[in-house]
Ligand binder design. Structure first.
Ligand SMILES: *[C@@H]1O[C@H](CO)[C@@H](O)[C@H](O)[C@H]1NC(C)=O
Ligand SMILES: *[C@@H]1O[C@H](CO)[C@@H](O)[C@H](O)[C@H]1NC(C)=O
Ligand SMILES: *[C@@H]1O[C@H](CO)[C@@H](O)[C@H](O)[C@H]1NC(C)=O
Ligand SMILES: *[C@@H]1O[C@H](CO)[C@@H](O)[C@H](O)[C@H]1NC(C)=O
Ligand SMILES: *[C@@H]1O[C@H](CO)[C@@H](O)[C@H](O)[C@H]1NC(C)=O
Ligand SMILES: *[C@@H]1O[C@H](CO)[C@@H](O)[C@H](O)[C@H]1NC(C)=O
Ligand SMILES: *[C@@H]1O[C@H](CO)[C@@H](O)[C@H](O)[C@H]1NC(C)=O
Ligand SMILES: *[C@@H]1O[C@H](CO)[C@@H](O)[C@H](O)[C@H]1NC(C)=O
Ligand SMILES: *[C@@H]1O[C@H](CO)[C@@H](O)[C@H](O)[C@H]1NC(C)=O
Ligand SMILES: *[C@@H]1O[C@H](CO)[C@@H](O)[C@H](O)[C@H]1NC(C)=O
Ligand SMILES: *[C@@H]1O[C@H](CO)[C@@H](O)[C@H](O)[C@H]1NC(C)=O
Ligand SMILES: *[C@@H]1O[C@H](CO)[C@@H](O)[C@H](O)[C@H]1NC(C)=O
Length: 692
């Protein structure tokens, strides 16, 4: 007896493997265009006008998607009494005979998405009522209204998952889902729902997963589905979210309220298991500190909850903001794209488990980091695209960001960070401070530096791997600003003059660097070639937008995969030997937008047919005054160049001399031949009085 469960498991395992692969153990056969695999018959897209009747009668799964069936006739599934799963997506179904499923007592899973079932919905409803064991039903994309749905779902009490996405539901009353006491998952996204009556989900005691995304709901008040775990109300027009003010435990774990019009932080249950809260793209802010709390009274909002002839009034103190919400289990909080100007004291303290916090694109001016605020569990903090001019650290506090891995501060107005901020951030791997006006500290500053920070120091951050400092207005790097780190990614792009013509400030990290971006930093190779020999692990190098006149040099064993040299001042390709060495390891190289001299492109022969040059079609060169695409360079050009190189003056002299000589001789002959008569003509014209 003990072995029975094992056998069942093995059997199931083999079945799934066979299903996944067309040439598995149970060799696939085909019958009238249908693929048979074990007890699965797959007749997708066979242009069938009716259900085939010659498939094996013991089939469990029948897939008839994208066949123009139009009607599912009475008894047409009769040959397959053991069917458990039937899929009829996109079959132009307008009609399902009331006896179509009469023999399908085993059917558990029925897919009817993207048909026209609103046409004869009464007959379809009658057909569905013959399915007492149905667990999963997909009615998405059928233009169904709430009345049709109510009729179709009536008495289907065995249902566990229903999809009604992409229909035309507008109002949910308390009759529509009546009796679906086993329903766990309900998908209502992409309808036109603007109102949900209080009792609509009351009977659904097992409901765990509810998706209401892409509807027209203006608010959710008195939310009281205590057993729900997952609620998605994104892409509606919500202005309020208000949970019932009861001290019952909610099971809610995931709440998606993103892309709405919320003005206030949602008033969440007082006791819940919420671990993910998505509030992206609303109009939220905290307001209490923006008013004179001493002078003005607390602000309240009153909600009238009307249910039949009963009206209840709920009063909410707007200054309470987040105070009554239970955020203790929260791990991930996305508040990006809102109007937050500050975070109130104690806000982050309420989230001791928080590991991901996204505040990207708000209006924050200052962030005050205190003990346990944010929590030591925080691993990712995104503060990019705010107006932060100051990060303030509570005095004496070190090790506040000890669990942090990624810190994004890009696009703010920071001049530096407090010295202690990174001191004990021993797990930090990625820092993005691009687009701030930073300076790097000239020497390691003492930990208790007073006054607002005016520089940032990355020295000795041993865990740091990726550092993004694009467009920071950095001054020329002095000595060893990255000493004691083992950076693999470094972006210094857009800091004009940061390297002052030499890459020696990067020598400390040369052995570990894999990705280096030096776009638009004003590098030139006028004085000497750039030498990347020490950068043994470098894989991606971006040198575009500089003034390089010669190719950089690379050492012997090259790991380089990508090289970008666009928008420089290169006039010639590197020596053949260098090219060959480069091309052995390079996968992609960008060379366009350089003023190459067509006569100096001897290396093209080797390069031309390589896929390595990603922008070959855009590489141009100058031929005397013309700019020509290198790919369209005529074959004889190199020959001409040789001539040109010998001596252009001589070339022209040789070309012109014979013509000149010919002309001269001709003139002389003419002159001699007509000399005398010409003279006489002139004489007679002028009537000179001559004395011969
Ligand atoms: C799945 O089928 C492909 C060919 O259709 C075959 O190459 C592959 O080995 C098969 N995989 C398994 C796990 O049977
Ligand atoms: C199914 O049978 C009923 C009578 O039993 C009939 O009224 C109906 O038109 C039939 N539907 C189809 C699609 O054949
Ligand atoms: C649903 O069940 C109720 C009671 O069990 C019954 O009266 C009603 O006729 C059923 N409706 C349908 C459409 O089968
Ligand atoms: C909520 O639904 C929308 C629309 O289907 C989807 O894009 C989003 O990812 C969902 N949210 C979550 C957390 O799954
Ligand atoms: C708050 O009140 C004080 C005096 O009552 C006043 O000076 C100050 O401007 C007020 N601030 C705001 C933001 O209204
Ligand atoms: C509400 O209306 C129902 C009848 O519709 C009535 O029985 C009940 O007494 C009313 N309740 C109140 C509080 O008016
Ligand atoms: C109104 O309040 C009463 C008593 O507090 C409560 O029993 C009832 O369920 C409430 N009704 C609504 C619609 O909230
Ligand atoms: C922070 O680092 C300093 C020295 O760098 C050390 O003395 C101190 O104990 C560390 N604090 C924490 C909380 O790890
Ligand atoms: C640092 O990261 C390691 C590995 O991910 C983890 O085990 C450790 O707890 C982290 N340290 C802190 C202080 O969070
Ligand atoms: C930081 O945020 C900016 C803007 O939101 C984004 O473009 C950038 O990729 C982020 N940096 C990292 C390292 O994730
Ligand atoms: C830049 O380099 C030149 C020559 O190497 C040197 O004279 C000059 O002082 C350097 N500028 C800075 C700001 O370091
Ligand atoms: C190539 O042509 C451009 C535009 O005509 C000119 O500015 C540039 O100086 C030329 N370069 C060379 C090397 O002839």
């Amino acid at each position: 007896m003990e072995f029975l469960p094992l056998w069942l498991c093995l059997g199931f395992h083999f079945l799934t493997v066979a299903w996944r692969n067309g040439s598995g153990t149970a060799a696939a056969t085909s019958q009238g265009g249908c693929k048979l695999l074990g007890r699965v018959a797959d007749c997708q897209g066979q242009n069938l006008a009716s259900v085939p009747d010659n498939l094996p009668s013991h089939s469990w799964t029948l897939i008839l998607d994208t066949n123009p069936l139009k009607t599912l006739w009475n008894h047409s599934l009769q040959p397959y009494p053991l069917l458990e799963s039937l899929s009829l997506h996109s079959c132009h179904l307008e009609r399902i005979g009331r006896h179509a499923f009469r023999e399908q007592g085993h059917l558990r899973n029925l897919g009817l998405a993207d048909n026209c079932l609103s046409e004869n919905y009464k007959e379809t409803a009658a057909a569905l009522h013959a399915l007492p064991g149905l667990q999963k039903l997909d009615l998405s994309g059928n233009s169904l209204t709430e009345d049709m749905v109510a009729l179709m779902l009536q008495n289907l009490s065995s249902l566990e998952a229903v999809s009604l996405a992409r229909n035309t539901l507008m109002r949910l009353d308390d009759s529509i889902f009546e009796g679906l006491e086993h329903l766990r998952e309900l998908d209502l996204q992409r309808n036109y729902i603007f109102e949900i009556e209080g009792g609509a989900f009351v009977g659904l005691t097992e409901l765990r997963h509810l998706n209401l995304a892409y509807n027209n709901l203006p608010c959710i008040v008195d939310f009281s589905l205590t057993q729900l775990r997952f609620l998605n109300v994104s892409y509606n027009i919500l202005e309020w979210f208000l949970a019932a003010r009861e001290e019952v435990a909610f099971e809610l774990e995931m709440l998606d309220l993103s892309h709405n019009q919320l003005l206030f932080f949602p008033l969440l249950p007082q006791c819940s298991k919420l671990h993910t809260l998505l509030l992206q793209d609303n109009n939220m802010g905290f307001y209490r500190d923006l008013y004179n709390t001493s002078s003005s009274q607390d602000m309240v909002a009153q909600f009238l909850l009307v249910d039949g002839n009963v009206t209840n009034i709920t009063t909410v103190n707007l200054w309470e903001e987040f105070a009554s919400s239970d955020l203790s289990a929260l791990r991930s909080l996305d508040m990006s794209q809102n109007q937050f100007q500050y975070l109130p004291d104690g806000f982050l303290k309420k989230m001791p488990s928080l590991s991901h916090l996204n505040l990207n694109q708000n209006c924050l001016r200052m962030l005050h980091i205190q003990e346990h605020e944010p929590s030591g569990a925080l691993t990712e903090l995104d503060l990019s695209h705010n107006q932060l001019s100051e990060l303030r650290l509570a005095p004496g506090l070190t090790g506040c960001l000890r669990g942090l891995r990624l810190f994004n501060l890009s696009s703010n107005q920071l001049l530096g960070v407090p010295t202690g901020l990174f001191a004990n951030a021993s797990n930090i791997t990625t820092v993005d401070m691009s687009h701030n006006q930073l300076s790097l500290c000239p020497q390691p500053a003492p930990l208790d530096g007073a006054g607002p920070p005016s520089c940032v120091d990355f020295r000795n951050m041993a865990s740091l791997k990726s550092l993004f400092l694009e467009g920071c207005g950095l001054r020329t790097l002095q000595d060893c600003p990255f000493q004691g780190t083992s950076l693999t990614h470094l972006d210094l792009s857009g800091n004009w003059g940061v390297l002052n013509g030499s890459i020696s400030p990067l020598q400390d990290i040369a052995p570990t660097l894999q990705v280096l971006s030096l776009r638009n930093v004003g590098l030139s190779s006028n004085f000497m070639e750039l030498d990347f020999s020490g950068f043994g692990n470098l894989r991606h190098l971006d040198l575009s937008g500089n003034s390089l006149t010669s190719f950089p040099r690379f050492g012997g064993s090259l790991a380089l995969r990508t090289l970008d040299l666009r928008r420089n001042s290169l006039t010639a390709l590197p020596q053949r030997a260098v090219t060959e060495q480069l091309l052995r390891s390079l996968w992609t190289v960008y060379l366009s937008q350089n003023p190459y001299d067509c006569c100096g492109v001897e290396g093209w022969g080797a390069l031309e047919h390589l896929k390595t040059i990603a922008d070959l079609a855009m590489v141009t060169c100058n031929l005397s005054t013309k700019v020509i695409r290198v790919m369209e360079l005529p074959g004889g050009v190199l020959q001409d160049c040789k001539w040109e190189q010998v001596d252009m003056g001589l070339f022209y002299l040789v070309l012109i001399l014979p013509s000149c000589l010919t002309l001269l001789v001709a003139c002389a002959i003419i002159f001699l031949t007509f000399k005398k008569p010409l003279f006489q003509v002139i004489k007679s014209r002028c009537h000179w009085s001559s004395i011969y």
